[in-house]
Design a binder for this molecule. Sequence first.
Ligand SMILES: Cc1ncc(COP(=O)(O)O)c(C=O)c1O
Length: 437
Amino acid sequence: MTASAIPGLAPQAAAAVAQLKPAHFELERIIRPNILSLAPYRCARDDYQSGILLDANENSLGHSLPGASQASGSGSNGAGAGAASLTASPAAAAAIDALGLNRYPDPSLFGVKPTLARLRGLPSEDHVMLGVGSDEVLDLLQRITCRPGQDKIMICPPTYGMYSVCAAVNDVQVVKVPLKTAGGDFGLDVPQILKTLASTPDIRLLFLCSPGNPTGTLLPLDAVREILEFPDWSGLVVVDEAYIDFAEEELRLGKRAEQPSATSLLSEYKNVVVTQTLSKAFGLAAIRLGICYGSPALIQIINNTKAPYNISVPTAHLASLALSPEGLDLMRSNVRLLMENRDELIAGLKQLQCTGEILGANDANFVLVQVLDKARADGGRPSGERAEMCYKRMAEERGLVVRNRSKELGCAGCLRITVGTKEENAKCLELMAELLG
Ligand SMILES: Cc1ncc(COP(=O)(O)O)c(C=O)c1O
């Protein structure tokens, strides 16, 4: 099957993808045959969106949210008087009604996809797929490429845990090439990655996390490029950029010279795919909106595979507000404040006697810090036991929860602390000083 034969893919889009590098990569060879032949889900609503809608077995009476009025045309559901009110005010009730919650989501999703394409400098929404968080996208990427019980993915630990969880769910083996952990650098070991890719059959995907979790280190695009160009492996590179907006803001502020996001590689390469999310810099973890940027051919295949209507109307509506000019301004000013708070948190951690190195590059909204067995001045060494003690006592006795990462490769004795408000950070520093002495 050629790209033009991917069901739902426009011939011009297929032709454009064919022009991209590298010549040794053929998408159809890494997609499972049963997936490649899937046609996009179609329903009557794709052709007719208005009128009396009796096509999709929705509820013609409207939604059943207590306390919200019913928008004209939705009919009354009889709920209301006496029912506990979910809505704070008539304005909120009207806003809920305006969403038309009794209907399946309109495929246009309030224009979220074209807005995201513009935001990342991509030519059209054909390069964008939306998922229920980027976790759904990370799983779908494995499902469309890896044959259960046969194929493999590669990861570079320490890294985000969901790549391996999805692999276990999909019965996919995991090959590991660690990041360079010496000195807490956490850069990619490109020679070892290439050697392993060339010598291990059936690796379909390489997951790179940039900035890394828990490392906070942004990966240089030159290293990604080297892997994309490598002729002895013909799989797909997935760059997970959940935290990219922190580095993007530094670029905008002139604090960083190089383009941080691998979305800039999509105009050149067809063997790269980038995942992002509204859960971090946008502060919208609750709405579960993840994004996949890739070639139109790959995006079409993922769209053919995902469940219909995976993105809810409230999610799409809130995402469209977040992506409006005012929303982007707010996101960026929050990112700047978090970066300032991050610097203060790092400075505070360095003042403590009981902490060692801050590992990684701090390119995201968290800090990875070593807990020592005794004071730094007395030659303290990273201690997993003390990190665990500090983690548990902070959570159980003082109600402040961080993450113990001390069992992760290269992270001995490390806590990962999400950058909080100034007050939260001050509290965290105070408790660490108290509990660690
Ligand atoms: C590196 C990385 N990727 C993906 C995710 C998942 O993000 P989402 O909320 O979009 O599913 C996380 C969440 O912590 C993460 O750290």
